[in-house]
Design a protein around this ligand. Structure first.
Ligand code: SAH
Length: 241
């Protein structure tokens, strides 16, 4: 059996014998760029039905059809972890979204804090980065990237059963750790280049669901901090076992 070289996310149901029509862009990629033809295998996932080995049933320039043959992976949900971060420069924001999807975040929430430099994000572009990361890392789930929201609003609407790992640069070099924290629903919060304001810090530290954490003796850039925090969380409470 030929090995599938391409793994794609589609917004279409997948199941034995299911045919999947391709959108223009996917058809162009498979048949124009990857030069695939009828009978060639492709792996598909849609975020709910696991991963399926499919074969090309019809190949056209701008369209095509794939046929699902067998399930190659069941759906595997990531832990219920949100990554909240203040958007920074474009390339670094893209990096954070890509890494969050690879590291196993269930939801990615850009938040606007007092010192956040960028007031706009392209949610659709960021979502596309999350899809690409899932395609590349073998995941069967794509985390949702939400629109930019104000941090104070997110905290005001906070679900009371979710805990918060507040990565606070003021704790640089301190012993603040996750420790014996437990629970299933979590969020990680990473600040912008300018860090958190005193008012934000005071508010965050007073929240009953917040755990203040230090990420070591050096100040990390926000993109590094996001990956480091997800690593710590995954190791302590996530699905790395
Ligand atoms: N300009 C700020 C640093 C911001 S670093 C200053 O000089 O103080 C960007 C974000 O990464 C911070 O808001 C925090 O969420 C996280 N971060 C970076 N280093 C950290 C550390 N050592 N401990 C905890 N959080 C850290």
């Amino acid at each position: 059996m030929k090995q599938a070289k391409v793994r794609l996310y589609v917004e279409h149901p997948l199941g034995a014998g299911q045919s999947v029509p391709l959108e223009r862009e996917a058809a162009h990629y498979l048949f124009g760029v990857m030069r695939m033809s009828e009978g060639d295998p492709v792996l598909l996932f849609n975020g709910t039905d696991g991963e399926w080995r499919c074969s090309v049933a019809e190949a056209g320039k701008r369209k095509g059809v794939l046929l699902c043959e067998e399930q190659t992976k069941p759906l595997r949900m990531p832990p219920d972890l949100w990554l909240m971060f203040a958007p920074i420069k474009k390339a670094r924001t893209d990096f954070i979204v890509e890494k969050a999807a690879e590291m196993g975040a269930a939801r990615i929430l850009p938040v606007q804090t007092e010192f956040t430099n960028s007031e706009r994000i392209r949610q659709d572009r960021l979502q596309a980065h999350a899809v690409e990361a899932a395609e590349q890392c073998g995941g069967t789930y794509v985390p949702e990237v939400t629109e930019l929201q104000r941090l104070d609003k997110v905290l005001a609407d906070w679900p009371k059963d979710r805990q918060l790992m507040f990565c606070d640069e003021a704790e640089v070099g301190s012993t603040a750790r996750l420790g014996a924290a437990s629970g299933e629903k979590w969020a990680i919060l990473i600040g912008p280049e300018g860090g958190f304001s005193t008012a934000e810090r005071d508010r965050l530290k007073a929240l009953p669901f917040a755990h203040v954490v230090s990420l070591g003796p050096r100040i990390l850039r926000a993109d590094t901090a996001a990956v480091a925090a997800m690593t710590l969380w995954q190791q302590a409470l996530g699905d790395w076992v």
